[in-house]
Structure formats: structure tokens, C-alpha cells
Design a protein around this ligand. Structure first.
Ligand SMILES: [Zn+2]
Length: 230
């Protein structure tokens, strides 16, 4: 075998007329995927849950193979599509009837912020880094946790946010990146501080240290108090 052999790279041992067949196969794959999605009962795909992602990946792999492999016959691939469709629809059918199955396959929405504090125990279970959540909050216009009444991580990975009314905003932990957020063990000035691990708020005097009563962390950041601008 010669590496970078042009003939092998371009078409290998197949005749050039096979390219017509590839075009035909691609059309069939396209129609099959389209019909599959049409029959799946979904209106569109904005965000995929884990279960749907698995279905789509398997589907995409079958569609890809049948498009350009000359030795992949059409009928077995049609059976793959049909099987996936039956699997998908019947799983959905059983998930609708069984809440526990539904929760196991698709997961359940998880509360990640409540009353301006991290639900740090559920965050740990979720296996998402706090950096991801902070990014999500910033992209939604949040500057500190005291503005957030409730944040719920949905099963598709999106975060739903509910805010405090302006008069109910409380001092809260900044969600800004490190260069905009001071963090220290010993307070550099007196004032309201937030535990960087869970968001717990308390007064700290200049030069003092403290242990968070909620999560045991000892790192603090000055609380922010501003309202959301829009
Ligand atoms: Zn804490």
C-alpha cells in the first residue's frame, strides 16, 4: 500500500460511475432520515436529551454508511431505521406511562440555585463544573446569585431562571470570572461576604477568617448587591 496514493484517495478500485450510485444512495439516506424524524413525532430538534442523542447518532451512522459504502446493501439499513423507529416510539410510549423509567432515561430537572444560594449538593451529583453553570448564568444576564430566586437545570442541559423582583434582590455571590471577583481566606475589608462554594452570605470584619456554616468552605468573596439592569 502506498500512502497518499491519489488513485486510492479519490476513488480506490471503484469505477467512476459508482459516484452516480453514491448520489442515489445519499438521496435515499436523506429521505430515510427525513421520514424517520417525521415519524418520530417530534416537531423539530432544538435541544436533545441523552436518549434522543443516542438515537440520532445511531441513525446518522447508518445513514452515512449506506450513502457511500458500495458493499452496504439498502434493505439491512432500512431494517435498522425501522427498528430504531419502533424502539424510539415504544420507549417514549413506556416513558409516558412510567415516571421512574422516564426519570431514569431522560433524567429529571434539578434545582441548582434556590433563594440566591447554590444547591451545592445537587450540583455535585450533576457532575457539571461550576464554571459551566457560571457561564450559563452570565449569558443570561446574571451578575450575582442574590438576583436569582430559582435556577433549574433542565434535562436538555438548559438552565431555566426565575429572578427576584428588584426590591427583593439580596447581597449575593458574584458569578463573574476571577479577574472581576476577589477571593480570599482573610477578609481585606469589613462588609458582607459570600462563601464561594455555596453562596452563603455573612458579615466579615477586616482581617478576620470564618468557616461557612452551610458547606464548611473558608474562601470568601465580597457580596454584590446591584439589581439587574434590564
Ligand atoms: Zn458555603
Amino acid at each position: 500500500m502506498t500512502p497518499f496514493d491519489i488513485q486510492r484517495l479519490l476513488i480506490d478500485e471503484l469505477p467512476f460511475s459508482f459516484l452516480y450510485e453514491v448520489a442515489f444512495r445519499a438521496c435515499l439516506a436523506f429521505i430515510a432520515v427525513f421520514l424517520f424524524l417525521k415519524c418520530s413525532g417530534r416537531r423539530g430538534i432544538r435541544q436533545l436529551s441523552l436518549f434522543e442523542l443516542v438515537i440520532i447518532l445511531t441513525l446518522g451512522s447508518a445513514a452515512g454508511d449506506v450513502s457511500f459504502y458500495h458493499d452496504v446493501a439498502l434493505l439491512p439499513v432500512a431494517v435498522v431505521f425501522l427498528t430504531l423507529l419502533i424502539l424510539y416510539r415504544s420507549t417514549i410510549f413506556f416513558m409516558r406511562r412510567n415516571k421512574r423509567l422516564d426519570a431514569w432515561i431522560d433524567g429529571i430537572p434539578v434545582t441548582v440555585v434556590k433563594d440566591g444560594l447554590y444547591e451545592y449538593k445537587s450540583l455535585r451529583k450533576l457532575n457539571i463544573s461550576s464554571r459551566e453553570l457560571l457561564m450559563e448564568l452570565r449569558q443570561r444576564g446574571v451578575e450575582h446569585l442574590g438576583q436569582v430566586r430559582l435556577a433549574i437545570m433542565e434535562i436538555d442541559g438548559d438552565v431555566s431562571l426565575y429572578f427576584f423582583a428588584a426590591e427583593d434582590v439580596r447581597p449575593g455571590l458574584s458569578v463573574l470570572p476571577p479577574e472581576h471577583r476577589e477571593e480570599y481566606r482573610i477578609a481585606t475589608h469589613s462588609g458582607v461576604h459570600c462563601c464561594i462554594n455555596c453562596g452563603f452570605t455573612r458579615q466579615l470584619e477586616s482581617g478576620s477568617t470564618a468557616r461557612c456554616v452551610r458547606c464548611d468552605s473558608e474562601i470568601w468573596s465580597p457580596a454584590l448587591t446591584n439589581h439587574r439592569s434590564s
